[in-house]
Design a protein around this ligand. Structure first.
Ligand code: PGA
Length: 241
């Protein structure tokens, strides 16, 4: 596990964007695992800047998002599909047919999850997976008490996550209580992982994930067992290390 502690959010965003751009330069048809939330927004902006400067080309890249709310359709402004379109895909030359986000309106959830896993396998697995971390130590929507063996599946969001995500909705009652998420096994099968965290609110989760014992209580702690993880932190997120 490599741990980079940088001065501020801008620096971590730039570093992460450069790592992704390098991955794509070395392997133009890279399979990228992407995350949503506040944390990667700066990284996506930096990637768009690099794309506009013609330093990176996404036309062969394939993408798989970590998760999507269940019961929300793609066109809903709160969907993670919509987030990706607005914050990245509309501004780079990724081919729409190469974008994959779990279908939050799936009728047959198990079939959709199986299909998602198969599609990741068919393209040779994820080359580089980007992760944020929840204040409760979740990665993707793999909440505490996680099953480390799970692949893409339907999850119940826990109270802390619903509360944290209510900032994006009119009222906490509007926050979906379920989501489709890649499982820990899916994430751990990625060849490289980069996890970003900033702000004091993430410091305890980061400390427990990196220095604590590996436990389902802190889903991110499993990353200690992965052989190519880079954790990119600002000073606040790293303050308890
Ligand atoms: P955030 O979410 O980037 O909005 O803080 C991270 C997460 O919950 O995984």
């Amino acid at each position: 596990m490599r741990i980079l502690v940088l001065d501020n959010y801008e620096e971590i965003s730039k570093k992460a964007a450069l790592m992704i751009a390098s991955q794509v330069m070395l392997k133009p048809n890279s399979v990228l695992g992407l995350a949503t939330g506040d944390t990667p927004l700066g990284m996506y902006k930096e990637l768009i800047t690099l794309y506009n400067k013609k330093e990176v080309n996404f036309n062969e890249v394939r993408t798989f998002n970590l998760d999507e709310y269940y019961g929300i359709d793609r066109e809903n402004p709160q969907s993670y599909y919509n987030y990706m379109i607005n914050n990245l895909f509309n501004s780079i030359n990724v081919n729409r047919k190469n974008i994959n986000v779990p279908d939050g309106m799936a009728m047959d959830v198990e079939a959709v999850c199986r299909c998602y896993e198969n599609k990741i396998k068919e393209v040779g697995g994820i080359d580089m997976q980007v992760l944020g971390i929840g204040g409760n130590g979740h990665i993707g929507f793999n909440e505490p008490d996680v099953n480390f063996e799970a692949q893409t599946h339907l999850v119940n969001l826990n109270a802390q996550t619903i509360e944290a995500n209510s900032r994006f909705f009119k009222s906490i009652k509007d926050v979906p209580i379920k989501a489709i998420s890649m499982g820990i096994k899916t994430i751990m099968n990625s060849k490289k992982i980069i996890l970003l965290a900033n702000g004091i609110g993430k410091a305890e989760a980061i400390e427990r994930a990196i220095k604590g014992k590996i436990s389902p209580e802190i889903p991110a702690s499993i990353l200690q067992l992965h052989n190519d993880v880079t954790i990119i932190l600002d000073k606040q997120a790293a303050s308890l290390l």
